[in-house]
Design a protein around this ligand. Structure first.
Ligand SMILES: C[S@@+](CC[C@H](N)C(=O)[O-])C[C@H]1O[C@@H](n2cnc3c(N)ncnc32)[C@H](O)[C@@H]1O
Length: 361
């Protein structure tokens, strides 16, 4: 397979387009016949290390983390592919993502790493994620999105904030953010919809067990459809909840997170309804982190570019804060403090992180 091509009517995450690579690591076909790829996302700092100490391997030599070039601000100096490399008329030709970069002259060579199927022998500075590449809109969760990287960076850079917490992720997709959260939290309920997606997500949790082995944290991949009113507790249905889990979620959750889930007005509406329903049923106050990529699209209706999904997202947050409710009150603020980049990806300019505080009155 020399070059993979996709038609323009599929959706392709920037993450998979912008990173250079030389190898196509397709591992299998998923339950609906889509090719599944595997990406090794190298952490620029080993988990649990302080930022100033040079990272070392068990035998004391500098680890491969230090091979990643950093710019003046200590962010990774990501090699960008020339923008015109993709201008092929009707088709786009993505370079398949594999971020386990070696030390080759062009920075694009893959490192050979010895690890077994369940990822137990994987290095502690690598997150392994299975994902598909270009998908129809209804399967976007099978790709990795920029918002997941930003949220993962935020979590990994603030370990103390999430230590020992019970966390719910909504619209987790491949589960990258839950993997990051599992390195800190006590329990992560990683949720989305669709058996095929949830199976891939669960496999990603297995592939990253090595990051949490020493801790007592746990990730449970569960189905949570924002269009449904209740948690599915039918034991016959895969990824359903037990009554104990539902009760643990309601009694213990203090953090809710969601990456790149507000890309369509209808989806955004049900997401905010779900957020209200869940937060108002929690025993305690909670903090919600939502990452969003402000996407500018050409709107025929206006004959201009607009970021309508983002505007709708902001409107929904205003509505949440302005709501006259005798049970709950919400406060919203953008996270403006710099978020160190700990994962290697091209952080686009229009990526934002928002914090919502939900308080019982
Ligand atoms: C753009 S993807 C983001 C995936 C992942 N968070 C990331 O950033 O890589 C949006 C996610 O929202 C999920 N989603 C959309 N509608 C949903 C619904 N009604 N209930 C639950 N999840 C939903 C999708 O399945 C998908 O995983």
């Amino acid at each position: 397979m020399d070059k993979i091509t996709f038609c323009m009517n599929t959706v392709l995450s920037d993450v998979h387009l912008l990173l250079p690579n030389t190898r196509h690591l397709m591992t299998r076909l998923n339950g609906v016949g889509q090719p599944v790829f595997i990406s090794k996302l190298r952490l620029l700092k080993e988990l649990g290390c302080s930022g100033s100490t040079p990272e070392r391997t068990a035998n004391g030599s500098p680890s491969s983390i230090s091979k990643v070039p950093l710019d003046d601000g200590r962010d990774p100096d990501v090699v960008r592919r020339p923008r015109d490399a993709c201008s092929d008329g009707e088709r786009v030709c993505p370079t398949v993502l594999n971020q386990a970069l070696g030390d080759s002259a062009d920075g694009c060579e893959e490192e050979e790493e010895d690890e077994d199927e369940d990822g137990k022998d994987a290095p502690r500075d690598v997150i392994t994620i299975e994902h598909t590449m270009a998908t129809p809109l209804e399967d976007v969760g099978k790709q990795i999105w920029q918002g997941a990287f930003l949220l993962a960076d935020f979590i990994l850079s603030r370990p103390a904030e999430f230590q020992g917490a019970t966390v719910l992720e909504l619209g987790a997709g491949t589960g990258l953010t839950s993997v990051a959260m599992a390195t800190q939290a006590k329990m992560v309920y990683c949720t989305d919809v669709g058996q095929d997606l949830l199976s891939m997500c669960e496999r990603n949790m297995m592939l990253n067990q090595h990051l949490t082995e020493a801790k007592t944290s746990e990730v449970r991949v569960r189905q949570l459809d924002w269009n449904g009113e209740n948690f599915c507790t039918d034991a016959e249905i895969p990824f359903s909840w037990t009554e104990e889990e539902v009760s643990d979620l309601h009694n213990g959750t203090s953090v809710i997170m969601a990456a790149d889930v507000c890309y369509d007005d209808e989806v955004t509406d049900v997401f905010f309804k779900t957020l209200y329903r869940i937060t108002s049923n929690l025993r305690n106050s909670s903090t919600i982190y939502v990452s969003i990529e402000k996407r500018f699209d050409f709107m025929l209706r206006h004959m201009d570019v607009a970021c309508e999904a983002y505007i709708h997202f902001r409107r929904c947050m205003e509505d949440l804060c302005g709501m006259h409710d005798d049970k709950m009150e919400y406060r919203v603020e953008q996270v403006l403090s710099p978020i160190p980049q700990l994962l290697q990806y091209e952080r686009v300019e229009h990526l934002e992180l928002w914090k919502i505080t939900a308080k019982q009155k």
